[in-house]
Design a protein around this ligand. Structure first.
Ligand code: EPU
Length: 419
């Protein structure tokens, strides 16, 4: 896997453009299974996970072409109902093909995703939602099979013990649009990526009311058509770049961003003492004075995103004072803590929280990335650490960040890539 070598100490300055959202683009690609007409996703990001989803869909009879603007998908063969086991287990969003396959082909068989570096990741809510739509579901030998001639609209509650489920909402919504009659999804995930998926489905001819709220009302249609849709900017990438500016005490503008998707994060940066300027489609953060640490709690949207708690921990590690970073969505998502400690951070785990005592400086060293957001946290720490930091297994970063190293270098960082 790739390695990144980061020579720390540069402060970041300049403007960089946000990529399209990974977590919006992936279920949207799966939604191309719902029609034989072309679906074009403008600003689909260039990521390893997007490539894996493209391969998964190719195996299911979808023609996938990368275009200058994004990605174009068209179902050309509807016979296969079992996605490749390895590809589906390599990425959580792969499971989002289940709903569309079931709705369009009447059957789907997929390997059950296991736990991962983030901890336990069940799919009971996905299956509950599809069963409520009339699917007969069996789980046997690690494989889930769902069958139904025509799904039937139903009342479904997707709220779980840790909030709603993002990909579960995507899966059930993408199936319900072709079900017969009306479906009401309560406890739908509020994440902007779900609203954006809903907008694509509406552009394809689906009837959905309540997008952006926790209750989605769907009136099933017989068939859907093609659409051209511009994917929303990636709020997690945007915020990672803003935190990079904060950690290096620089000034960075992210263009093509959506400030309204990041209100909680921008409030936390402001509370820490960063100067934020947000307009319709750009956010600038400037940090010309020392910041103070702020405790955050990872929660479902519009709370502080779990996908940013590792990066926030890297920032807090070098601010004077103590703060707590808690994760209520994935209580075990703390693989980055031990690696940050290798660079000199002082962090202790307590249940679903990391308690961080800021240190004056970090020192470069060799650290290993274990997952996407943990990798980003290690890169951020490396930007500030004295000397050279080597991030091993940095391929995790490429799953969800479009050329993060190149973007950071364009802002003044010194990162080189091996392999
Ligand atoms: N959960 C259940 N049952 C289910 C599904 C989820 O109990 O059937 C629990 C999970 O264990 C977790 C919570 O509900 O505690 C939320 O999980 P969710 O299903 O919302 O997560 P996800 O859909 O698998 C998506 C993103 C993640 C992001 C989470 C939370 C995609 C492809 N993935 O995962 O993104 O962390 O929502 O916002 O959209 C990332 O980008 O780095 C990433 C991990």
């Amino acid at each position: 896997m790739a390695e990144l070598e980061i020579r720390g100490g540069s402060s970041l300055h300049g403007t960089v453009r946000a990529a399209g959202s990974k977590n919006a683009a992936l279920p949207m690609m799966a939604a191309a299974l719902l029609t034989d007409e072309p679906v074009e996703l403008i600003r689909a990001p260039k990521l390893a996970d997007v490539d894996s989803m493209a391969d998964l869909l190719r195996g299911l009879g979808v023609r996938v072409e990368t275009t200058h603007a994004g990605v174009r998908l068209q179902t050309v063969d509807s016979r296969v109902v079992r996605p490749d086991d390895d590809l589906i287990s390599s990425m959580r969003a792969g499971f989002c093909v289940l709903g569309p396959l079931l709705a369009r082909r009447g059957e789907a068989t997929a390997a059950l995703p296991g736990g991962c570096e983030l901890g336990s990741r069940p799919v009971d809510l996905h299956l509950k939602g599809l069963a409520a739509l009339g699917a007969q579901i069996t789980v046997d030998g690690g494989l889930v099979t769902a069958r139904c001639k025509r799904l039937q609209g139903a009342a479904i509650d997707l709220s779980g013990p840790r909030g709603s489920t993002v990909t579960g909402t995507a899966n059930v919504l993408s199936a319900a649009v072709l079900a017969e009659g009306k479906t009401e999804i309560r406890g739908a995930a509020l994440e902007p990526e779900i609203e954006d998926l809903g907008r694509l489905l509406v552009a394809m001819g689906a009837r959905i009311a309540g997008l952006g709220t926790s209750t989605l009302r769907i009136e099933g249609v017989r068939q859907l058509g093609g659409a051209i849709h511009a994917v929303i900017p990636d709020r997690i990438e945007t915020a990672t770049l803003l935190i990079a500016a904060a950690i290096t005490r620089g000034r960075v503008c992210v263009a093509g961003a959506r400030p309204q998707h990041l209100e909680t994060v921008l409030d936390c940066l402001r509370a820490a003492g960063a100067a934020i300027e947000a307009s319709l489609d750009r956010i600038t953060v400037a940090c010309d004075r020392p910041l103070t640490p702020q405790s955050v709690i990872g929660k479902p949207y519009p709370g502080f995103p779990t996908d940013l708690q590792a990066q926030w921990t890297a920032l807090a590690a070098v601010l004077p004072g103590e703060c707590t970073v808690r994760d209520e969505v994935f209580p075990d998502r703390f693989a980055h803590v031990e690696e940050l400690a290798r660079l000199g951070a002082s962090i202790r785990r307590e249940g679903n929280a990391a308690i961080i005592s800021g240190v004056d400086r970090l020192t470069g060293g060799r650290v290993t990335a274990s997952d996407l957001r943990a990798s980003a946290a290690l890169v951020l720490a490396g930007l500030l650490a004295e000397g050279q930091t080597t991030v091993l297994d940095a391929g995790h970063l490429d799953r969800g960040y479009e050329s993060l190293d190149e973007k950071l270098n364009a802002l003044g960082a010194d990162i080189s890539r091996r392999r």
